[in-house]
Design a protein around this ligand. Structure first.
Ligand code: NDP
Length: 391
């Protein structure tokens, strides 16, 4: 029986994870659930899944969570605040941690789980983009393992020999990350000038939280994934390619030096990657409909449009610049996306803000978490200055 902490339980990945867990009560138990402020949804999930601990990140809501749980007859411990999240990720109530908090807010709990030697199911790509080398070091020190949940990285993991998460000496020539192209594939810059947050969040293939949906629309999501692949698999930037594949059935590919190209296919549903990561090296049923090749039609692939979707080019630029440039990119993007979702920034200005912040803050070496968090703060402040100029 694996005891699973689902951090970010009220989100899209959280829902998919709990769905898979509920299908296998003999194998998995959701022992810890967390949310940020959505106290009603967290209480409902606790009533359905009966964890041992519920953590609400906003301390002001702890009392309300306790009241709701008592009213529903749910007996579980309640905690709140950032430190409680970190303690839950590293504590004895779980052996597996699903890192599904959105944004840099997930960094501390992800690092804590890695240091504590948990099986880390990483959805929170921002934490590895922000602190890749430190997260890998924490994993090494903790002696646990990381199984990627991001569907592309999970696909690559599945296409590597024995799921080996390190490319060196494995005969791999290239990693090819597929991208759906998002809701604005094929549009010109002029056509994107006035798009709204709701249009950006209407993804043609995946149902996801609003931040990652906007990242998919700008192709920043793919950029973050390129950086994630670099850290997870030790792949240099030049060996990571992106192919736009609008059907979203091929989740990524690995090309070997002998010319073989291995791909992982499946319907676009995150429960496949989550079930794989939860059960690895075994396989369990995920609830995802089988892929019917005879009816899935043609599979198309095309090069990404880097002029229109500048964020992907900026992510490669940050990866090549090295040091903390990816952390700067990530922080600037989070601020810009939040402003766009609030209706305070045009869609195309997201890339402008990120580019401006990267130009303003030349990369520095990554030393430790404290200095990285300070740089993250500097980048957010610089992004807010850029926002004032852009609005
Ligand atoms: P959602 O926005 O749907 O959910 C985010 C979760 O994080 C919620 O539980 C939210 O709580 C919690 N949260 C938000 N801010 C904080 C905070 N400051 N402190 C603690 N908890 C917080 O996001 P997704 O599920 O879509 O994405 C989660 C992560 O997984 C992201 O990093 C994303 O890039 C990645 N990912 C997502 C995929 C998807 O298909 N959705 C695919 C691959 C990766 P509350 O509800 O209370 O706000």
């Amino acid at each position: 029986m694996k005891r699973v902490a689902v951090l970010g339980a009220t989100g899209s990945i959280g829902a998919s994870t709990l769905d898979v867990i509920a299908r296998h009560p003999d194998r998995f138990r959701a022992s810890v659930l967390s949310a940020h402020r959505n106290v009603a949804a967290l209480a409902e999930l606790c009533a359905a899944h009966r964890p041992e601990l519920a953590v609400i990140a906003d301390p002001a809501l702890e009392g309300e969570l306790a009241r709701r749980l008592a009213a529903a007859g749910v007996r579980c411990a309640v905690a709140s605040g950032h430190a409680a999240l970190t303690a839950a990720a590293s504590g004895t109530l779980c052996d597996t941690v699903v890192a599904a908090i959105v944004g840099a807010a997930g960094l501390d709990s992800t690092l804590a789980a890695a240091r504590a030697g948990k099986r880390l199911l990483l959805a929170n790509k921002e934490s590895i983009v922000l602190a890749g080398p430190l997260l890998l070091q924490a994993l090494h020190e903790g002696g646990g393992e990381l199984i990627p949940v991001d569907s592309e990285h999970n696909a690559i993991f599945q296409c590597l020999p024995g799921g080996r998460p390190d490319l060196r000496g494995s005969g791999v020539r290239r990693l090819i990350l597929t991208a759906s192209g998002g809701p604005f594939r094929g549009r010109t810059r002029a056509e994107l000038a006035a798009v709204t947050p709701d249009q950006a969040c209407r993804h043609p293939k995946w149902s996801m939280g609003r931040k990652i949906s906007v990242d998919s629309a700008t192709l920043m999501n793919k950029g973050l994934e390129v950086i994630e692949a670099h850290h997870l698999f030790g792949a240099p930037a030049d060996t990571i390619e992106v192919a736009v594949h609008p059907q979203s059935l091929v989740h990524s590919l690995v090309e070997y030096v002998d010319g073989s190209v291995l791909a992982q296919l499946g319907n676009p549903d995150m429960r496949t990657a989550i079930a794989h990561a939860l059960a690895w090296p075994e396989r369990v049923e995920s609830g995802v409909a089988p892929l019917t090749l005879a009816t899935c039609g043609a599979l198309e692939f095309e090069a990404p449009d880097l002029d229109t979707f500048r964020c992907l080019a900026l992510a490669y630029q940050a990866l090549r610049a090295g040091g903390d440039a990816p952390a700067i990119l990530n922080a600037a993007n989070e601020v810009a996306v939040e402003a766009f979702l609030a209706g305070a920034l045009p869609f195309l200005a997201i890339a402008e803000v990120v580019e401006g912040v990267l130009a303003e803050l030349p990369p520095q070496a990554v030393v430790d978490v404290e200095s990285l968090v300070a740089r993250d703060g500097e980048a957010r402040a610089a992004a807010r200055r850029q926002l004032r100029r852009a609005c």
